[in-house]
Write a protein that binds this ligand. Structure first.
Ligand code: NCD
Length: 362
């Protein structure tokens, strides 16, 4: 079935349509109150979540549907060794749509390939988080009135921050968006996003370590948490954890209408005093997440009813290359056929279709 695994699974027109539907839901919530009556959403959360799981649950409830699921892997058959592949196939017997969060990169894609119902990626390891991106886009659109002609700063953990990777992929498709990447060198944006998203799309971008110097030119500042759970080395996390703190003094350097976003949870990177500034949009962003997830659930259920399928990957090689990324779902589900997609034929560059790790094939 058609699923949402990566934000680019939807065309830019489809994304815009979802944002329009979300705006209509905000204006006319009663019109949608029975839109998913009799339908069930399964929330399969193998990794901690507050906002994402609760906003999916609230979204389905406000559409008149029901929700079942779990919020930790420890109480499920995953702890007995059940594969994601089998879990998704089995849940297809009980629900109409799945929202899945998993610590392994590519796990929701495996689920989408085995389930007979749509699967929504609610965050896979440090890879991507397309529904947070929909919430981010809706917030920028509602607050600034446009998704074009913007300078967007991303600050903090750009390496493991999956929300950053997905939002940059989405913004690459709008005109005249400049990206300012603000991070310690150790937490720089992965190369695949830099080269295969920003450079391929001719995006203008700069890399810097200074938040202060970047502030005056930004229309949007996207703060992120340093992703403690993805570090192999705790000392390195301790050293980097307070790299950036947005406070009232730094806000004085910003444009009068600059929008501050954060996918939340915040740890220490935005002072609580900033919350009173009207430019602090992060709690409104959490509310927008519910509306856009409502629009998404309706879209995927409608397409499932029409029998719309997920496209098969093109330009791929099977089982010839092996993914070495320890965070990839192929590292734990041994029976998955290692599949790589060619991204640069002239240089023989391939990427794992699950986690996007790079391989060179001669
Ligand atoms: C983000 C995530 O899970 O990636 N949270 C969220 O979904 N709102 C950001 C984070 O955990 O730092």
């Amino acid at each position: 079935m058609r699923s949402l695994i990566d934000i680019t699974d939807f065309s830019v027109e489809e994304v815009n349509e979802l944002l329009d539907t979300a705006c209509d839901i905000v204006a006319n919530p009663e019109k949608y109150s029975e839109a998913c009556k009799g339908k069930k959403l399964a929330t399969l959360f193998f990794e901690p979540s507050t906002r994402t799981r609760l906003s999916f649950t609230a979204a389905m409830m406000e559409l008149g549907g029901n929700v079942l699921g779990f919020d930790s892997a420890s109480n499920t058959s995953a702890s007995k060794g059940e594969s994601v592949y089998d879990t998704a196939k089995m849940v297809s017997c009980y629900a109409d749509i799945i929202a899945m969060r998993h610590p392994k990169e590519g796990a929701p894609y495996v689920a989408a390939r085995s389930a007979s119902i749509p699967v929504i990626n609610a965050g896979d390891g440090g890879h991507c988080h397309p529904t947070q991106t929909l919430a981010d886009l809706l917030t920028i659109y509602r607050e600034l009135g446009r998704l074009e002609n913007l300078t967007v700063g991303f600050c903090g953990d750009l390496k493991y921050g999956r929300t950053v990777h997905s939002l940059i992929s989405a913004l690459a498709r709008y005109k005249n968006v400049k990206i300012v990447l603000i991070s310690p060198e150790e937490l720089a944006l992965p190369k695949y996003v830099k080269y295969e998203v920003m450079e391929k799309n001719g995006m203008d971008y700069v890399e810097t370590t200074s938040l202060e110097d970047s502030m005056p030119e930004l229309d949007v500042l996207y703060m992120t948490r340093i992703q403690q759970e993805r570090f192999d080395n705790f000392d390195e996390y301790e050293r980097l954890k307070d790299s950036y703190v947005l406070d009232v003094d730094k806000m004085k350097l910003a444009k009068e209408k600059m929008l501050v976003l954060h996918p939340l949870p915040r740890v220490n990177e935005i002072s609580v005093k900033v919350d009173a500034d009207p430019r602090a949009g992060y709690f409104r962003q959490a509310l927008n997440a519910k509306y856009v997830r409502m629009a998404l659930i309706m879209k995927l259920l409608k397409e499932a009813a029409e029998g719309r399928q997920m496209p098969e990957p093109v330009d791929v090689v099977f089982d010839e290359l092996h993914c070495d990324n320890p965070r990839c779902i192929t590292s734990t589900e041994q029976e998955i056929v290692h599949t790589f997609k060619c991204v640069s034929p002239e240089n023989g560059v391939y990427r794992c279709i699950y986690c996007e790790a790079k391989k060179i094939k001669n």
